[in-house]
Ligand binder design. Structure first.
Ligand code: SAM
Length: 286
């Protein structure tokens, strides 16, 4: 291991590019060169990446559905002092990619798990979509079955945070159709296609216009996609009808704000806190 690395054997979770090889970090190259073993989702696919960067480290394949003995064998290697790096086909391992089982088992065994961060399609898309990014909900891949996908979208309908998911080119058109059905033509959606690659396209529009735009240009249905849906608008503050305001105004002539709001609520059925707010504002007519 190099001098920057820890002496005790560690499991390194290493991010790799999602298209543009120039996005590989110097630290990722250094770690991948110096570890004893690289666990990769697809050794043939990752072989090309390693070759590009002159990394000759031995590889073995790893999936979350790998047999237990394979996870056991990796843990034994780590426990015996060998250092291991985990990479996936692209981006950050564990983000809709293998690694979860290995990390859980390694941490439970007291092995140090070291992040070597880099590209992730999710954060790359969010950084350019122009949608609220202070809070967001990442949903991984949506269901490949239409009925289940529609149900998922229906559940997200009131979600106020930006919603983000991954989608394959085979289903992207159907998926936009389903979003239009559930969220309606006015909901804003951003499609991030082929990020960091030659045909990178970041296109945001209301669903009513987004669907024909995709249908009219089959190129826009090709490649890898991150889909971002703008969160639901907060419901407009409830209106207080004129009759409730009239009652409130009369009661305020003789009662405190609190008493008047409480009594007006009982008489009119309007929520007490709404009437209280209106009384405080002194706004007696809509
Ligand atoms: N672990 C990866 C990451 O950090 O983003 C994600 C792996 S997931 C199996 C693959 C999905 O990520 C693709 O189907 C696509 O939805 C999205 N994705 C990966 N690379 C992308 C790119 N260059 N542009 C747009 N989406 C991409």
């Amino acid at each position: 291991m190099s001098e920057n690395s820890q002496s005790k054997a560690s499991l390194y979770i290493v991010a790799t590019p999602i298209g543009n090889l120039a996005d590989m970090t110097g630290r990722a190259i250094e770690i991948l060169k110096s570890v004893d073993l690289i666990a990769a989702e697809d050794t043939r696919h990752s072989g090309r990446l390693l070759q590009h960067f002159g990394i000759g480290t031995r590889m073995m394949s790893y999936h979350d559905f790998s047999e237990d003995y394979r996870v056991d064998s990796l843990l034994e290697k780590l426990s015996s002092g060998l250092s291991v790096a985990l990479i996936s086909d692209a981006g950050t391992p564990l983000i809709s990619d293998p690694g979860y089982r290995l990390v859980v088992r390694a941490r439970a065994a007291g092995i140090t798990v070291v992040p070597v961060p880099g590209v992730c399609a999710l954060t790359t898309a969010l950084s350019v979509a122009g949608l609220p990014s202070d809070r967001f909900a990442f949903e991984g891949f949506v269901s490949s079955k239409r009925a289940a996908r529609v149900k998922q979208f229906e559940e997200w309908l009131p979600e106020a945070r930006t919603m983000i998911f991954y989608e394959s080119p085979h289903r992207i058109l159907e998926c936009v159709e389903d979003m239009l059905t559930v969220f309606g033509p006015d909901r804003h959606v951003v499609l991030c296609r082929e990020l960091t690659k030659t045909f990178e396209t970041i296109h945001g529009d209301n669903l009513g216009d987004l669907l024909p735009w995709m249908q009219n240009d089959s190129n826009q249905q090709r490649g890898e996609f991150v889909v971002l849906i703008k969160g639901a608008e907060a419901p407009k503050s409830e209106e207080v009808d004129a009759e409730a305001l009239r009652v409130l105004a009369i009661l305020l002539e003789d009662l405190s704000v609190k008493q008047a709001a409480s009594l007006a609520a009982r008489i009119t059925g309007v929520k007490k806190n709404l009437l209280y707010q209106r009384a405080l504002q002194g706004v007696m007519a809509s």
